[in-house]
Design a protein around this ligand. Structure first.
Ligand code: ADP
Ligand code: MG
Length: 390
């Protein structure tokens, strides 16, 4: 993968940078700027080198040109962070946009409008890719969060600009995750949670072969517990997932990693902030109750394994952490990961949100900005956005 370091002189050149500014908005302002801050090293370096920057990103899933999904609030926040004006283009492509790009001086920054305002983006439409390529002397892809999609602003445009490299964020994301897979300090502990086994089956399979221990939490534990014969009450537990879990448990003896399941739970009478919650010192969830978090004994056991790890990869919350009564397990694991002396890598949108919520985002070695892209890379799939850079 060619990177920023492989680029020659970019002084005065138009550099199209695909960034991932798909951030949460609240009342017309950026609610969480983690993804914007993550792109700053590439943006700052290119500005220092005198490039004329044209940034392109998607935001949400507009069905039309919904003004509520304009990138204007993102431009305002980016401008504050780089302490320089960031202009928003009058669209994604077209004569007015080309004119705005032509007006850029060295170090200036133009942000194109939400690239998904163009229906051709997600179809990887050749005309849109041509139009984007016409704005660029050089293409830099720094949007790891979008690298698993073959879209016009990722795969299509890269094919059309001869000078194309990975930005600093994309480079760090790929190198860190490949390091976890290929050359981890051992023991390698993978902490996997979240909603569904089927979402993460490829990741579980990969870590079965490469990790030393897999710690399972979140709703994902119930299909495993059901496969072992426990009652799961009203817990989230799809029948298909029970079959997947059964297969994983049955193939256990041939796998490298041991797979650990919770030993206790926190259960609630419903999925709500004001639910009745209680600790269950066991694993059989009574009828009328749902398992919504790992219990304190599990959190403590998992914490010990994490503390002894050479490398930790964590994806997926340990419970319904958005609800205060069921956040304890995720908080305990987050604190254990933050305090662990080994290399710690966290991926997944909700896992990242949990770390941010607990104020621990800066206490891990690497907090991935990718959700789907992280999982696909771990599963061993090729990422079209990365492939197109070679
Ligand atoms: P990530 O985005 O980090 O990959 P997922 O999207 O797979 O994580 O899962 C996060 C979601 O799983 C959260 O919304 C959380 O509320 C939910 N979740 C975790 N544990 C439970 C549980 N025991 N019951 C219901 N939902 C749960
Ligand atoms: Mg999620």
């Amino acid at each position: 993968m060619r990177t920023l370091r492989d680029l020659g002189d970019v002084n005065g050149k138009r550099v199209l940078v695909r960034v991932d500014f798909n951030v949460p908005l609240d009342d017309g302002a950026v609610a969480d700027d983690m993804r914007i801050r993550a792109a700053l090293p590439t943006i700052e370096e290119l500005r220092r080198r005198g490039a004329r920057l044209v940034l392109v990103s998607h935001l949400g899933r507009p069905k039309d040109r919904e003004p509520s999904l304009s990138l204007a609030p993102v431009a305002a926040r980016l401008g504050e962070l780089i302490e320089a004006p960031v202009r928003v283009a009058p669209g994604v492509v077209g004569d007015d946009v080309s004119a705005a790009a032509d007006e850029l001086g060295p170090g200036d920054v133009l942000l194109l409008e939400n690239v998904r305002y163009e229906p051709g983006e997600t179809k990887n439409d050749p005309e849109l890719a041509d139009a984007l390529a016409s704005l660029a002397d050089v293409y830099v892809d720094d949007a790891f969060g979008a690298a698993h999609r073959a879209h016009a602003s990722t795969e299509g445009v890269a094919q059309r600009v001869p000078e194309r490299v990975a930005g600093l964020l994309l480079e760090r994301e790929v190198n860190t995750l490949m390091g976890v897979l290929e050359n981890p300090a051992r023991p390698l502990v993978s902490v996997l949670g979240g909603a569904k086994v089927s979402d993460k089956i490829g990741v579980i399979d990969r870590f079965r072969e490469s990790a030393d221990t897999i710690l399972i939490g979140g709703a994902m534990c119930f299909p495993f517990l059901a496969a072992q014969g426990h009652s799961v009450g009203d817990s989230l537990c799809a029948a298909d997932d029970v079959e997947l879990a059964r297969r994983i448990l049955e193939s256990g003896s041939s796998a490298r990693a041991s797979l650990e399941l919770p030993v206790d739970l926190v259960i609630g009478d419903r999925f709500a902030e004001d639910a009745t919650a209680r600790e269950l010192d066991g694993l059989d969830v009574p009828d009328g109750w749902m398992g919504l978090d790992i219990g304190p004994r599990t959190a403590s056991l998992y914490g010990d394994v994490i503390a002894a790890a050479g490398t930790v990869f964590w994806n997926g919350p340990m419970g319904a952490f958005e609800l205060a009564p069921f956040a304890g397990g995720t908080r305990a694991v987050a604190e254990a990961v933050a305090a662990a002396p080994g290399t710690t890598v966290v991926g997944g949108g909700d896992s990242a949100a949990a770390l941010e919520r607990f104020g621990l985002a800066d206490s891990v070695t690497h907090l991935s900005t990718g959700g789907g892209a992280t999982l696909e890379l771990i599963e061993g799939k090729a990422l079209p956005g990365v492939e197109a850079l070679s």
